[in-house]
Design a protein around this ligand. Sequence first.
Ligand SMILES: Cc1cc2nc3c(=O)[nH]c(=O)nc-3n(C[C@H](O)[C@H](O)[C@H](O)COP(=O)(O)O)c2cc1C
Length: 181
Amino acid sequence: MDALKMIKDRRSVRKYKNEKVPRELMKEIIDLAKWAPSWGNFQIARYTLVDDENVISKLTTDGVKGFAYNTKTLENAKGVAVLSFVKGKSGKLDKDEYATNKNNIWEVFDAGIACQTFCLSAYAKGVGTCVFGVIDDEAISEICNIPKDETVAALIVYGFEDGIHLKPTTRKDINEICRFI
Ligand SMILES: Cc1cc2nc3c(=O)[nH]c(=O)nc-3n(C[C@H](O)[C@H](O)[C@H](O)COP(=O)(O)O)c2cc1C
């Protein structure tokens, strides 16, 4: 897929076909997502892929704080990626000291880059995604048995898009977000 099309036409997909995404295809997507840059190339992002209906159902009831918008999306989802990251590495130049006044915020930054790389890779491979920030990270950790040295950053619901591809969402004018000095 053309890179410009990939960046501009990716949309948050919330309606999915009643069809599981093959695990092999999801592995190909992660194999692309792993090329995301990261602090110190520490590669702290982890992807736990859930395609078990019972676990998705548990995430629906307990993992999104009852936020109806997300519950509705999860009700027709065939797959959910739990994006987590290994804590306490990004932001440090040596073992103990954080290098900047952002301290450990860089780990969330890494997770964000990994998240978008995953979503773009998925789109390029024909799989729709939707990032969820309204989540209960502790409940999700428990449900999906996420290792104790990791924190859940986001859920990324995925599946084959149902219907025609979504129209572009709005974006701010270039002059509002860009300045030169
Ligand atoms: C950090 C983050 C959190 C988000 N949380 C949610 C969410 O909880 N539920 C949801 O339906 N969409 C969520 N979204 C998707 C945004 O609503 C969406 O990206 C935005 O409206 C632009 O639409 P587009 O992705 O189709 O271009 C989130 C996106 C990001 C990046």
